[in-house]
Design a protein. Structure first.
Length: 433
């Protein structure tokens, strides 16, 4: 780090995805990109030591200049560390916490090892749990299998029920792949109506075809979601969500996109103009630029040798963050939805644009269709929020507007009457830029 840098140059907050069990997992999901990372640490037992754990917690809390700090536990599968490891983490967080500092623990799990004891611990310590599940049984079990090749659906649903019984706040993380992407409403309604979850995040599986497991090559596997598939998946769910579930079911993808229409792009890291504030910490204290870039080229150092705050604010990581903006192709710079997308995640920028430029986003076609479709509705919700109202007001607007028509309008046209009932054309009312 530049010796002239001062504390004023440091980011006041950043995010670390901690992998205490490294890439070790008790499942063998076909599309998992992280299982191959074990090749980086041959012979390792993939267990974080107490020395690394305390160094991480101490350095994380010291580095933050904000009152709330998130500790994000991921994997592999973090439950493989056992409950005592996380009980120890709570002790260390309390030991190093400054007065007035609020700690939020998040925990991403496949749910296989969850039982009453785990759920009581999560509830007592206010953990926010992310549960990985890909939809109903036939869709979930297609790719999410255990080490014996068996489906895991029933065990994950049981984990969801246990979390609910113990009052643990949790959300669902659904990996959208070539199989379940063709069944968007079946997936969404299963989460909403059968699991009764209120918070959902959809993650598109874009798996590069290579042996190393790094971000290399321009071909994807057959498990990956297609660009048009991804756009259609989002559009179908959005059309149902915007007409009945706004304010009741929270879909992170839609909330993150809406931030762009509010001039606040970046509440979801993939849509931010730059990145670099979300790093990954391996079990032995090695720090990498991002969870998707755990590879030798993006190795920043080890927290037992170099303070976390220096690596997080060092020039290598700052350049990684700036490159997201600085390396955008002209096709993106001219796009009408740049304000919402900002080129999306750098890990997906490995194709040529329609103009033949490198750095095009593999999912661009799908995102453009989704943004184009969602644009009129996003404008209405943004306008409601800017007026100090709630976004769910759009539900009644659309219901009143569409009940006057014999067929439900799938999309608001610029010259259609505005759903708000003003009598003006949409383009002159809520559709104005």
């Amino acid at each position: 780090m530049d010796a002239r840098a001062t504390s004023a140059d440091f980011h006041p907050a950043f995010h670390i995805m901690v992998k205490p069990s490294g890439s070790a997992c008790n499942l063998n999901c076909d599309y998992c990109f992280f299982l191959k990372k074990e090749r980086l640490y041959p012979g390792s037992n993939f267990r974080m030591s107490d020395e690394v754990l305390e160094a991480y917690i101490k350095q994380l809390l010291e580095a933050h200049r904000v009152p709330k700090v998130t500790v994000a536990w991921q994997g592999g599968e973090p439950t493989l560390m056992g409950l005592d490891f996380f009980r120890r983490s709570i002790e260390l967080l309390e030991k190093h916490r400054r007065p007035g500092m609020v700690i939020e623990n998040t925990f991403q799990t496949n749910g296989i090892l969850l039982d009453d004891e785990w759920c009581r611990f999560f509830c007592e310590n206010s953990f926010l749990v992310g549960l990985s599940i890909d939809g109903p049984k036939d869709l979930h079990d297609f790719y999410r299998k255990d080490k014996g090749g068996n489906g895991t659906f029933e065990r994950v649903v049981e984990a969801a029920r246990l979390l609910q019984e113990h009052g643990v706040e949790f959300n669902v993380l659904c990996a959208v792949n070539s199989k379940n992407a063709d069944h968007p409403l079946e997936v969404y309604r299963f989460f909403r109506d059968e699991l009764e979850v209120r918070y959902i995040q959809f993650i598109p599986i874009v798996e590069r075809e290579n042996e190393g497991g790094f971000q290399e090559g321009d071909e994807v596997t057959g498990r990956s979601v297609g660009p048009a598939q991804w756009g259609g998946f989002l559009i179908e769910i959005f059309d149902e969500w915007v007409r009945r579930d706004v304010g009741k079911t929270f879909v992170l993808n839609f909330d993150g996109a809406l931030a762009g229409w509010l001039g606040m792009a970046g509440t979801l890291c993939i849509f931010g103009p730059t990145c670099g504030l979300g790093m990954a910490l391996e079990h032995n204290g090695d720090l990498y630029s991002c969870d998707h870039f755990v590879d030798p080229d993006h190795f920043l150092g080890n927290i037992l040798r170099t303070p976390l705050i220096e690596m997080a604010n060092g020039e290598k990581q700052r350049k990684f963050g700036r490159d997201k903006r600085d390396m955008l192709p002209n096709f993106c710079l001219k796009c009408e939805f740049l304000f919402a997308c900002n080129g999306e995640c750098p890990k997906n920028r490995f194709i040529e644009t329609p103009d033949g430029e490198p750095g095009g986003n593999y999912l661009c076609e799908g995102y453009r269709e989704f943004f184009k479709h969602a644009d009129p509705y996003m404008k209405i919700m943004a306008d409601l929020l800017l007026q100090g109202k709630t976004a769910d007001g759009i539900i009644k607007m659309l219901s009143d507007s569409e009940s006057k028509s014999a067929t439900r309008s799938p999309k608001i046209g610029r010259n259609d009457p505005c759903p708000c009932g003003s009598g003006m054309k949409f383009k002159k009312c809520h559709g104005r830029r």
